[in-house]
Design a binder for this molecule. Structure first.
Ligand SMILES: C[S@@+](CC[C@H](N)C(=O)[O-])C[C@H]1O[C@@H](n2cnc3c(N)ncnc32)[C@H](O)[C@@H]1O
Length: 188
């Protein structure tokens, strides 16, 4: 219910019509290498589908921070996951958040951000911050809806992603997601 409400009232930041499925959560968390990570960052958790699976898969002592821009989502996440560091903040300020919440040199970054509704400058700005806070052998994973990568916005994002992270791979398409989606996973 919360997701539908935010999709209607905050379309410029929500950027989706439905939350991701548990199937997509499993693939993105696996590709991001969460299970072997000491420092984990999630960006754009929304209603917490990926968050829940990160909490299931992460090692007991791992440091985990999630950054959500929408105050309504952030408030719900804080009450649902009281032991998790949920920061109400913007992905454009990643370097400052990393300094404050100690997730620089992150081993694993999971993004639910709606890249195709961001303009190219914003995409570049946020990807630059992700590159800076990701550790040398860390993995960054994000998803795209199948088909969107053929449209101009999706094609431009893919090009930009590969220019920032030349070592970018894609997962098989996850059909049990609405709409079907795949994961980009990237290393430096
Ligand atoms: C498509 S929803 C994904 C939610 C969830 N991860 C999922 O897959 O169901 C995008 C999320 O990114 C958040 N978001 C958008 N722009 C953001 C920004 N600049 N910084 C942090 N979060 C942002 C939105 O508020 C929303 O929760």
């Amino acid at each position: 219910m919360r997701f539908i409400k935010e999709a209607i009232f905050a379309p410029h930041t929500t950027g989706a019509i439905a939350p991701s499925s548990k199937h997509l959560a499993r693939v993105i968390v696996d590709k991001a290498g969460v299970d072997g990570a000491a420092r984990i960052l999630e960006i754009g958790p929304g209603t917490g589908v990926f968050t829940e699976h990160i909490l299931e898969m992460k090692q007991a002592g791992a440091h985990f921070v999630a950054i959500e821009r929408n105050p309504n989502f952030a408030t719900d996440l804080k009450s649902r996951f009281p032991d998790t560091r949920i920061v109400e903040g913007c992905a454009t300020e990643l370097r400052a958040h990393a300094a404050e919440h100690k997730f620089h040199e992150a081993d694993s970054i999971v993004s639910g951000l709606p890249w195709t509704i961001f303009d190219p400058n914003l995409q570049r700005n946020i990807l630059g911050g992700i590159h800076d806070v990701l550790g040398k052998s860390g993995t960054f994973a994000t998803f795209a809806y199948f088909g969107s990568h053929w449209l101009p916005g999706g094609r431009n994002f893919r090009r930009l992603l590969r220019s920032v992270f030349p070592n970018t791979r894609t997962s098989p398409v996850v059909l049990r997601n609405f709409p079907p989606a795949f994961v980009y996973y990237c290393r430096k």
